[in-house]
Design a protein around this ligand. Structure first.
Ligand SMILES: [Zn+2]
Length: 89
């Protein structure tokens, strides 16, 4: 039941239902891939479709959140996380 409410909320914010506010974030940008089109700003280019960050729009915040929820299992994977204590100088 809670999940249904969340999905409805995301649908709402995605603009599938009328919503006046579109929030974007410059921490991510969209490329032209059909899936996984949200790229971290640290990535200057998508190697799948060849889009360049400087020529691409910022990602919509709600799509970033959606992506992070979908991929949250990756964030919990210790092999995926970069060790904040290791510094390469
Ligand atoms: Zn791409």
């Amino acid at each position: 039941m809670k999940e249904k409410i969340t999905r409805e909320l995301i649908k709402d914010l995605k603009g599938e239902r009328p919503h006046p506010i579109v929030i974007t974030t410059d921490l991510f940008w969209d490329c032209e891939c059909d899936t996984d089109y949200i790229n971290y700003t640290s990535e200057a280019q998508c190697f799948e479709c060849g889009c360049i960050k400087d020529e691409s729009p910022d990602s919509r915040l709600i799509e970033v959140v959606d992506m992070l929820i979908t991929k949250s299992h990756l964030l919990e994977d210790p092999n995926f996380q970069k060790n904040p204590n290791s510094r390469s100088s």
